[in-house]
Design a binder for this molecule. Structure first.
Ligand code: SF4
Length: 1008
């Protein structure tokens, strides 16, 4: 099996889309495909292959020419034959129907092809969909491993209801009808009594676009809660203060310089779609620069690997900016036209001439202190290396593809300034919205609008959008336990959906405490495709479909282009193609696994069966007036009406838009980069428009044209003078950027107005783990707990046997110099103490980390409290023992063992270690501006004490609450600083935005 594992790893490393039979756990059939396939499938025959599909990409084309990559031709997808590998050496043919769907194992939404056996209707395997514009037929290991998730003998197949106390682990099977009746009645009562804010929907991996806006707006609730502040609030804030939109979309493939603050070749966001394009760029001569304290696989492939002290990244980026500014190698015309330098000079230097030359002088003054030597002193990276990197950026010729997500932006107090400093380099080099540069995500994303979109809710939920964080990017979800403990509210019904806060979030013991408190948490409904630590503390565990068991639309900004993909329940589609009627997806799924679109439609209908609450109207069919919409109708209508070019492309092939998406699984709306900011303002907006003579901003009083794309955009209020819709450039009215100034906001008036005048321009904030607060003599270290493993994905890979066979432990990376000082060797036990407790883990002595810093992957340390009802592939059996008020100890009773199940592989498990759950020992660290949980920890290392055992965890939740209060004290609440009596700047992006009226602070809260 070890041999097989090595070969699998090789396959993973090459990002191949195909697996060979030797790579699987014994007994799991993954048929060999080469023998049965034409060596060079005729990709040009695929519909849309030349003009729209990824198969025309250079990399695929090279692979095809070399005979290294082939896919079954699409015209044979209904009738595809391969030899049965289990029958070898006999040549026994098996017949498949190939149904496209979309991977659900990370946010990239790569295309998959499900091989449905036409005789047994079982899914034989998943491979890549060559027609998917993002992934182009290639997947990481987690894509094919969807097969494990579908056929996991441990999975939840039926709705379960708690029987004993919450968390006691006693369950009874119930019917879906009972569940829906109970929830429908409960929610109806809450809405009739005006308790909308007591209903919270908390999502981990959404996996769809647009669906929940439709549902939650129809309910009239401001109840959306996300995982974003354990993920990306920092990066989002940094980008949004610049341009209104909160994510980057690099065109890696055409870049001259790729600058990554993260590890996008192996694990960062959109890493498979990014990785293929970064490698294309490298093969074409681009330079790859990676800032990562840890030697990641990505860093090992970089031309320049910089290993900075955690939190010093912005100092390096600003030193590069300083180099560009002082050598005059920046795009002067771009900066002069598109940066709000006039606004900056008028606000900060009103006595000086408001000329671009003055601004250039100010830039030199502002960033002059960021010398290479300064950056070197802060980061520990040699000044000469930083100079070389700065030279590379200076030579990028407007083709700088940059990206950061999580990583430094998610680790540090002030991490949002890392994204702001990185985007500064794109601004200076003019690498925005151009080939080889970086765009805004919304330019490359398309979210279709449903047939009837409800209005924005007229409510503001302070449990998710508290007064203290008026500028936060997304909800303060990590603070929910503390808000409940403080009595800020109670929750009547709490939905968790593909979300595991007990395990994924910091401070999981505080989550356990509130989840088991029925006064604070009335009903916990866990919608999940798999068991999780959080499901254990639910009242209902409701099984939801994996990638091949549900419908969703997804669109991601994977490259310079725009596409949508259709996730499909492959067995349902196969059955329908064979002529069988399927009314609901659960009829074709295993057990009683539902898909969520059907769940939310059904639940909404039961909340408001007679329409008296105004909810039902949104769930009536556009095709059958007055009747309940089906999931298929929901998607069909969007394909027919709101995806540009799809109806025409479908008609060319004699298909309806739905049939097109069913058959090919994806549609490319646009190939190549587009820059909306240089496009003319829409004619209808100019009908009632005027230009401010001083700022040249175009204001319009005309209503915004209805767009079929509901990708979030900033919203600008019209307070009498119209809304800013563009910028006069020369004699043209161009759209500009999505900011109040319609320019790139180097200077952020918003940050000044809302209490942060010291942070209005790209800058460098000392992290909470800056060297000045780390006493290395006292064995204090910085812990990097954020890094991903290429083969795992948070909670959902817990039921993938192939993935856990590859990766199942998370030792602590320790530099040899530190190890020698502490007397540690690889595999020695080490106690890692945080502010609220400690954990005991094994050391891994490696030069892949810088001295003074340790690192531990967050994917590991799954646990379960009872032997059954949890993923036994991946979890340790533990004892959880109270140690007095607010103090908890967790101790491993046993690791993973082979077990009996319907899958013979469960008897062949050879690993026992599943790692240690470090997140339990972290208090919350919400950044006072972005709201990002600042993951990095100051820890104390020591050799394990005699009483310590591997996997031990100790936590003091009273102390966790005290740390929460310390960070809360850093904030500037809206009620104290709001310049206009609102809770939050209306123009800043906010998911599930309520009405403008709901933004108003309640009377008495506004300080003025
Ligand atoms: S990169 Fe993400 S979406 Fe793509 S195959 Fe891997 S897990 Fe699935």
């Amino acid at each position: 099996m070890h041999q097989r594992l090595n070969r699998f790893l090789e396959a993973v490393a090459s990002l191949s889309s195909r697996l060979s039979p030797e790579l699987s756990l014994a007994g799991t059939a993954i048929p060999a495909v080469d023998a049965a396939r034409p060596k060079a499938a005729n990709l040009s025959a695929l519909p849309g292959a030349q003009e729209r599909s990824p198969s025309a990409s250079p990399l695929v084309a090279k692979g095809e020419a070399a005979g290294l990559s082939s896919y079954p031709p699409v015209e044979k997808w209904d009738e595809w034959e391969e030899y049965d590998p289990k029958a070898w050496p006999e040549r026994v043919k098996r017949r498949y129907m190939l149904i496209p769907t979309t991977c659900f194992n990370c946010e990239s939404a790569c295309g998959l092809l499900g091989y449905v056996d036409k005789d047994s209707l079982e899914i034989q395997k998943f491979e890549g969909n060559p027609l998917h514009p993002g992934s182009r037929g290639r997947n990481c290991a987690k894509g094919p491993a969807t097969h494990n998730q579908v056929y996991d003998p441990e999975r939840v197949l039926y709705p379960l209801k708690r029987a004993g106390k919450r968390g006691e682990g006693k369950w009874v099977r119930v019917t879906w009808d009972q569940v829906l009746e109970d929830l429908g009645e409960r929610l109806r009562k809450a809405f009739q009594e005006g308790r909308h804010n007591q209903v919270i929907y908390h999502v981990g991996r959404p996996g769809h676009d647009g669906l929940m806006e439709w549902v939650l707006f129809a309910w009239g609730v401001d109840s959306h809660n996300s995982h974003t502040n354990v993920c990306s609030s920092g990066a989002r804030a940094g980008y949004a203060f610049w341009m209104g939109l909160d994510r980057p979309s690099p065109d890696h493939a055409n870049a001259r310089v790729v600058l990554l603050i993260s590890s996008h070749l192996e694990t960062g966001h959109y890493f498979n779609p990014h990785a293929q394009r970064i490698m294309e760029a490298k093969m074409a001569g681009a330079r790859l620069i990676v800032l990562d304290t840890r030697l990641s696989n990505t860093a090992s492939l970089a031309d320049y690997w910089l290993s900075p002290w955690p939190g010093s990244e912005a100092a390096i980026l600003l030193a590069i900016a300083n180099h560009l500014i002082h050598t005059g190698r920046y795009d002067r015309e771009f900066v002069k036209t598109w940066v709000n330098w006039e606004q900056y000079l008028k606000a900060e230097w009103p006595a000086e001439p408001c000329t671009f030359e003055t601004f250039e002088e100010k830039l030199k003054e502002l960033y002059g202190e960021y010398t290479f030597e300064f950056a070197a002193a802060e980061s520990g990276v040699e000044a000469e290396v930083i100079r070389q990197v700065a030279e590379e950026v200076a030579r990028c010729e407007g083709k700088l593809a940059s990206h950061t997500w999580r990583s430094a932006t998610a680790g540090n107090l002030g991490g949002w300034q890392v994204a702001r400093a990185l985007w500064f380099l794109n601004v200076l080099t003019g690498s925005i919205g151009v080939e080889g540069g970086t765009s805004a995500n919304a330019w490359d994303k398309w979210v279709p609008r449903p047939h009837k979109m409800p209005p924005h809710p007229d409510r503001w939920n302070e449990l998710t959008w508290p007064d203290e964080y008026p500028l936060t990017f997304y909800e303060l979800s990590i603070l929910l336990p503390h808000f409940l403990k403080e009595g800020r509210g109670v929750i009547d019904t709490y939905f968790t959906r593909v979300y595991n806060p007990v395990w994924t979030n910091p401070d999981g013991m505080s989550w356990m405490e509130v989840l088991t408190d029925e006064e604070k948490m009335g009903l916990h409904v866990c919608l999940t495709p798999t068991w999780s630590e959080t499901a254990w503390f639910a009242d209902y565990v409701l099984p939801m479909g994996h990638a091949s068991e549900r419908h969703d639309i997804t669109s991601q900004e994977t490259h310079g282009g725009r596409w949508i993909a259709f996730r499909q329940p492959v067995r349902r589609v196969a059955l329908e193609r064979m002529g069988q009627d399927v009314n609901y997806t659960y009829e074709a799924n295993p057990g009683e696994v539902w898909e969520e679109t059907e769940f939310w439609i059904e639940l909404s209908w039961r909340i408001d069966p007679d329409g008296s609450l105004g909810i039902r109207q949104y769930f009536e069919s556009p095709y059958r007036p007055g009747e309940k919409i089906t999931a298929v109708e929901y998607f069909r209508w969007m394909f027919e009406n709101t995806v540009p070019g799809l109806p025409e492309a479908a008609a060319e092939r004699g298909l309806s838009p739905l049939e097109y998406m069913r058959r090919y699984g994806a549609f490319e709306i646009r190939a190549g980069v587009e820059a909306p900011y240089i496009q003319p303002v829409e004619a209808e907006l100019l009908e009632d428009a005027h230009v401010d003579p001083e700022t040249r901003i175009v204001y319009s009083r005309a209503p915004a044209p209805a767009s079929p794309n509901i990708t979030p955009h900033p919203a600008f209020p019209d307070d009498g003078g119209g809304r800013p819709v563009g910028l006069q450039v020369g004699d043209q009215a161009l759209r500009g950027f999505d900011t109040p100034s319609r320019r790139l906001e180097f200077y952020s008036p918003t940050l000044r107005q809302w209490g942060w005048p010291e942070h209005t321009i790209p800058g460098y904030i000392h992290s909470h783990v800056h060297p000045e607060v780390i006493d290395q003599q006292a064995n204090e270290f910085v812990l990097i707990p954020t890094f991903r493993l290429p083969t795992l994905i948070h909670t959902r890979s817990g039921n993938s046997k192939w993935l856990y066979e590859i990766s199942h432990k998370n030792p602590l990376w320790v530099h040899p110099r530190d190890a020698a000082r502490l007397g540690l060797r690889t595999n020695d036990l080490v106690r890692v103490s945080t502010e609220i407790g400690y954990y005991v883990i094994k050391a891994w002595v490696t030069e892949g980390i810088r001295p003074g810093v340790v690192a531990c992957s967050h994917h590991m340390g799954r646990w379960r409290l009872q032997d059954t009802a949890m993923e036994r592939w991946s979890s340790a059996l533990v004892d959880l023992t109270p140690q007095g008020e607010g103090r908890w100890q967790m101790r491993h009773r046993q690791g993973v063992l082979p077990f009996e199940s319907s899958d013979p592989d469960s008897k062949r498990i050879w690993w026992s270690d599943v790692g240690v759950h470090q997140n339990l020992t972290f208090p919350v660290h919400p950044d006072p501006i972005s709201g990002m949980h600042c993951w990095h920890q100051k820890v104390v290392l020591e050799k394990a004490r005699p009483e310590d055992r591997y996997g031990d965890i100790y936590v003091d939740t009273d102390r966790a609450h005290a740390v929460y209060r310390e960070w809360l004290a850093l904030t500037h609440p809206a009620s104290q600083v709001s310049p206009d009596g609102t809770r939050r700047p209306y123009w800043l992006l906010r998911p599930f935005r309520p009405t403008r009226a709901a933004y108003q602070l309640p009377s008495g809260k506004f300080a003025e």
